[in-house]
Design a protein around this ligand. Sequence first.
Ligand code: PAF
Length: 281
Amino acid sequence: MDVIEQLAELRRAVAAAPRPLVLVPTMGALHAGHLALLARAREIAGPAGTVAATIFVNPTQFDRPQDLDGYPRSLDRDLQACRSAGANLVFTPSSDSMYPPGHSTLVRETSLSTRLCGATRPGHFDGVCTIVLKLFNLITPSHAIFGEKDFQQLAIIRRLVRDLDLKVEIVAHPTVREPDGLALSSRNVRLSPQQRADAPRIRQALLAAAKLAADGETDPAPILATARVHLEASPLLKIDYLELVDSESLQPIDTLDRPATLATAVFYHDTRLIDHVSLKR
Ligand code: PAF
């Protein structure tokens, strides 16, 4: 497995890499969810193709300095995990090489990015779009794999690829969960034992609300109220947002007459966790 920090070396490795070349972009602190993405990448690449991962804690997508500073970092362990998962190439650039002094270009998606996480984390998706486009340009993958847990990010990256005519196929991978339902996230390690024990309520709240919809409720108000009551029963968490949106446009809906997604972000003190559920009637 090649571990590459420099752009020139990356370009040489990419030029020589057998295709298909399947990319798994990450910010490190790898967990079983990332390993599932790497396994899917290998399935797509086949035994002779290339699986590339990137490990870069992208500063431009953090809206709070304490979140960036506290973001878990475990490079040695991550490289070992990539090696065990059969990655061929891991790119671990420095911040300066990705954002040289004086950099002044940002990529902004202007519709989907204004909702949900984009509304409460201003600039977050500009940072995501910018780094993802840079990684696509540098690595020229045939496919790139993203987790469905970040469903808004996935929708925005699909939009980026469509709108900018990028030649990469975006592959979505289902959310990987702990046995108690908590969605795997690099941020979970920051939860105290008490917060960790409480956190499965996020999934439970969404599922209780989804059941209402599955039983025929079409009014968003009781669906949202059900989830809110479950979440607010905990003194440990604070709701950042809880919204019922059209799954395509991410705009709020006033009746459940099309594919919809119930999405939430909550804070356990400084640790922000997200989750969502698709509502089926
Ligand atoms: O999902 C993530 O880990 C990040 O947002 C990504 C896509 C690697 C961009 O930094």
